[in-house]
Write a protein that binds this ligand. Sequence first.
Ligand code: ZN
Length: 196
Amino acid sequence: MAAQTEESDTAREQIKAEQDVDQVRQRAVRDQQRLDSGAVTSPKDLENLQREIVSLAKRQGDLEDIVLEVMERRESAQERAAELTERVASVQSKIDDATARRDAATESLDGETATVTKEREVVSATIPADLLKLYDKLRQQVGGVGAAKLYQRTCQGCRQELSITDFNEVRAAASNTVVRCENCGRILVRTSESGL
Ligand SMILES: [Zn+2]
């Protein structure tokens, strides 16, 4: 916006400078016509007129230099504005691209959430109510995961290896007993890889 403002400011400045040149040029033309007409006869008036024509020519030259200087500034302002406009377009296209990818990811995650939610409903219907209640309570307490696999004597929830005593208790527990990690409290899921 600043570059565009500078561009329009210098455009106005150029018009003003060109009008200044025009005014001086027209006055010089009028003076020259008066001189050529022969209407001015007094030597003093003639001398003044000639002096003014010389001075107007000098003034016109100075004003034309100003026009050139303004034109140069206007040109670089135009280049700068064009370059920035291009960059804005490039950044906008990146934003559009990222937005489209985000929307697609959101849609895909929504679909996945719906699928997983349905699966969970099916599975949770097969689990005893008191165990499900304990699981949901633990989930809230330990950040989302209420049960963890016991893998090679280690709780996969907190990554702590069970002490000998705890491990022996788990080993001795009946297969339908709910065993829990002494360290994090999660329900331990025993498998053939538990090291029991
Ligand atoms: Zn644990």
